[in-house]
Design a protein around this ligand. Structure first.
Ligand code: HEM
Length: 202
């Protein structure tokens, strides 16, 4: 496994507990996990104390968790590009795309471009603190596409991921089996990362 690139998936966040060799990557992932867990535990405590139900906007009150999700979507999105067919000759930035030709717009190329992101191969959720929320709504961040075909499931997806993570880190511990990250054609775990989940007392 290429350890420098292994930062690039949230799977590693799940994966850190497998062998626990205390090298820098695992310590880094452990710190990440603890920050996400603390932020989510705080929300859970508030809800328990106030006896309030969760509401639609609660997930937005988890800034670090949102940064982890954005960074994961940047580095390991399930859709790494989309195809477009030119219906007429298109001139763009000095290039001609002839009528009838297909073009692959590569999201991963945008996300891994050093002109768009410092150290693009580093899994760094803190980068979103520096750039602010506006950075997830611009042309350099395209996990959900853009323009007229922008994914309408954008917010729902973030909400679902947030709910999953909230329950996972606040209510469960887990042990993952040894697995390996595959990068091509999309990022995934070779054995789908089987994990044994156990409820924890909070
Ligand atoms: C992490 C999860 C998701 C990712 C990364 C994602 C990504 C994308 C991307 C890149 C496109 C643009 C495709 C193109 O331009 O050809 C798209 C389109 C679309 N997505 Fe998603 N999507 C996700 C979740 C969802 C969910 C949860 C829904 C519905 C509940 C959804 C519904 C759609 C629909 C209907 C389109 C077509 C929009 C159109 O053509 O006008 N997506 N998605």
């Amino acid at each position: 496994m290429n350890f420098s690139y292994c930062h690039n998936s949230f799977s590693v966040f799940l994966y850190w507990g497998i062998e626990n060799p205390w090298n820098s990557i695992y310590i880094y992932m452990l710190i990440l996990y603890l920050i996400v867990k603390e932020e989510n535990m705080e929300l859970k405590r508030q809800k328990t104390e106030s006896c309030e139900d969760f509401s639609w906007t609660d997930y937005m009150s988890l800034p670090f968790t949102q940064n982890v999700i954005s960074e994961t979507l940047r580095m390991a999105n399930i859709i790494n590009g989309v195809w477009r067919k030119a219906l007429k000759d298109v001139h763009i930035k000095g290039h001609l795309i002839p009528e009838g030709w297909c073009v692959l717009t590569s999201f991963i190329s945008v996300h891994m471009d050093e002109q768009n992101y410092d150290n693009p191969y580093h899994f760094d959720p803190w980068r979103w603190e520096k750039t602010g929320a506006a950075a997830v709504n611009n042309n350099n961040f395209t996990p959900f596409g853009g323009g007229q075909r922008l994914c309408p499931g954008l917010e729902l997806s973030r909400l679902e991921i947030s709910i999953f993570l909230h329950h996972l880190v606040t209510s469960y511990g887990w042990v993952a089996e040894k697995d390996e990250i595959i990068h091509f054609p999309t990022v995934k775990m070779k054995k789908k990362l089987p994990i044994t989940v156990t409820p924890v007392r909070t």
